[in-house]
Design a binder for this molecule. Structure first.
Ligand code: TRP
Ligand code: SF4
Length: 400
C-alpha cells in the first residue's frame, strides 16, 4: 500500500534534554515503524537566527544526531539527514519565493514573536523573514503528508499548505496533461481503469464522496504507478490539474508536558533541564537538590504534592501505587522528600541507561554516525530530486 511520508526537522540547538525526549523523540520512535519517516537536522534554519556565530552549529549537529539515535530513532527504519547537504531544498525555496506574497510571510505569528523574544539580535533579515518558506520547501520537496510538530509550529504547516495550493493552482496544469492522464489510466490495467473512470464519474456528477475515497484507495494500492502518474490521476479525479506539491497535515504531538526541575516547562534556557545523556551522578545530584513544597521545612511538616515539582515527575514516571504512596506519605508527613525522590531518580536512570549505551557505540566510532548520515542524505536527495524535476517542468524550466 502507498504510505504517506512523515517528515520532521529540528534545529541543532545543542544537547537535547528529557523534554525533547518525552515531547518529540518518543513520538518519532513510534512513527518510524508505522510510516516511511524522514528526520533531518535543520542547520540552515539555525543560521537564520545564529548567522553571527555559525561555528557552534557543527558540534550541535553531531551531538543532536547522537541524541536521536540514543533515544531510539532507528536508521534502518527512518531516513536521517542534514538539510544543508540537500541543495534541492534551497532551489525549491528560491523557486517558491517567486510566488510567495510578502504579506503571507509577515503575518506568520512566529515572525514578530521571535523578533521580540530575540530582541538582542537583528532579525530584520531576508533569511529570517523567509524561515517559514524554507520550512515549506523542506516539507514539500518530500511530498510529506504528515508533519509531526509541536503546537508552536502549526502555523508553519498551515502556511506550507497555502504555498502548495498556490503552486498547484499556478503551475499544476502541465502541458499535455490530458494525454498524460490517458496514458496513466491505461497503465492501471483494463479492470482498474474502468473502475477508476466509473468512480470519477460518480464523484464528478453526483458528488459522491465515498466514490472519491474508493478511487483514492484504488490508486493507493496500485503499485505499478510512478509518483507523477499517481498525482496526475489524483488531480484528474477532482477535475484539477496535476497535484505537483502535496498539501501536508500537521501531526500534533500530544503535549506531554515534561516539567523541569523547578516545575516550569523543561527548557535549556530556564536552566531547569536534565540532558538526555546526562551523567548519572549529575542526575542524582540535580533531583536530590530539587525544590519541593516550600511548606515542608521539616520532616514533620505535612506537604501538598500539588505544590511540588517532584510530584510532576511522579506523574511522568511513576505507576499508580507509587503515586498513592507519595500522596499519602507527603500529606501525612510519613515520608521524607529524599525518600520520595528516590523512585524518580531510579526511573530517570532506568530510562537513560539504554540511551547511554546506544550513544556509546557512536562515540566510540564516529565513522558509524557519518556513514548513517551519508546514507540518509543519499536517499533523501533522490526523493528531493524527483520532486524538483516535476517542479522545474511545471514552471517551464526544463529547457535543455
Ligand atoms: N521550525 C522547526 C522548529 O523550530 C524546525 C523545522 C525546520 C521543521 N524545517 C522543518 C519541522 C520541516 C518540521 C518540518 O522546530
Ligand atoms: Fe514533594 Fe515528595 Fe516532598 Fe511531598 S514528599 S513535598 S511530593 S518531594
Amino acid at each position: 500500500m502507498y504510505q504517506e511520508r512523515v517528515l520532521s526537522g529540528m534545529r541543532p540547538t545543542g544537547r537535547l534534554h528529557l523534554g525533547h525526549y518525552h515531547g518529540v523523540l518518543r513520538n518519532w520512535v513510534r512513527l518510524q515503524s508505522e510510516y516511511p519517516c524522514l528526520f533531518f537536522v535543520a542547520d540552515w534554519h539555525a543560521l537564520t537566527t545564529d548567522y553571527d556565530e555559525p561555528d557552534k552549529i557543527e558540534d550541535n549537529v553531531w551531538d543532536m544526531l547522537i541524541d536521536w539515535l540514543a533515544a531510539g530513532v532507528d536508521p534502518s527504519q527512518a531516513t536521517l539527514f542534514i538539510q544543508s547537504r540537500i541543495p534541492e531544498h534551497a532551489e525549491l525555496f528560491l523557486l517558491l519565493s517567486m510566488m510567495t506574497p510578502l504579506a503571507w510571510l509577515e503575518r506568520v505569528p512566529t515572525y514578530k514573536d521571535q523578533q521580540e523574544k530575540l530582541s538582542h539580535k537583528d532579525l530584520t533579515t531576508y533569511g529570517f523573514l523567509g524561515y517559514p518558506l524554507l520550512q515549506a520547501a523542506d516539507i514539500l520537496i518530500y511530498r510529506a503528508g504528515r508533519v509531526p510538530v509541536g503546537e508552536d509550529q502549526v502555523p508553519h504547516v498551515e502556511f506550507t499548505r497555502e504555498i502548495a495550493r498556490r503552486f498547484n493552482h499556478l503551475y499544476g496544469r502541465e502541458p499535455g496533461f490530458e494525454d498524460k492522464v490517458r496514458e496513466a489510466v491505461k497503465k492501471l490495467g483494463r479492470k482498474r481503469a474502468r473502475l477508476y473512470e466509473e468512480l470519477r464519474t460518480r464523484y464528478q456528477q453526483e458528488g459522491d464522496e465515498a466514490a472519491l475515497e474508493q478511487a483514492h484507495a484504488l490508486l493507493g494500492e496500485t503499485q505499478s504507478l510512478s509518483l507523477g502518474d499517481r498525482e496526475r490521476l489524483f488531480g484528474h479525479l477532482e477535475g484539477g490539474g496535476k497535484l505537483i506539491l502535496v498539501e501536508p497535515g500537521a501531526l500534533l504531538t500530544e503535549a506531554a508536558r515534561m516539567p523541569g526541575l523547578d516545575g516550569q516547562k523543561m527548557s535549556k534556557s530556564y536552566g531547569n533541564a536534565i540532558a538526555l545523556r546526562e551523567d548519572p551522578e549529575s542526575v542524582r545530584a540535580k533531583i536530590r537538590t530539587m525544590q519541593t513544597d516550600p511548606a515542608r521545612v521539616r520532616l514533620t511538616d505535612p506537604g501538598d504534592p500539588g505544590k511540588c515539582p517532584v510530584w510532576q515527575f511522579h506523574l511522568v514516571y511513576s505507576p499508580d501505587d507509587t503515586r498513592a504512596w507519595v500522596d499519602s506519605g507527603c500529606r501525612s508527613a510519613g515520608i521524607g522528600c529524599l525518600e520520595c525522590k528516590q523512585p524518580v531518580i531510579d526511573a530517570v536512570l532506568r530510562e537513560q541507561a539504554p540511551m547511554h549505551e546506544r550513544a556509546q557505540t557512536y562515540l566510540d566510532d564516529p565513522s558509524l554516525l557519518r556513514a548513517i548520515v551519508a546514507d540518509g542524505c543519499e536517499r533523501a536527495r533522490r526523493l528531493a530530486q524527483e520532486t524538483l524535476r516535476d517542479v522545474r517542468e511545471a514552471m517551464g524550466l526544463h529547457y535543455t
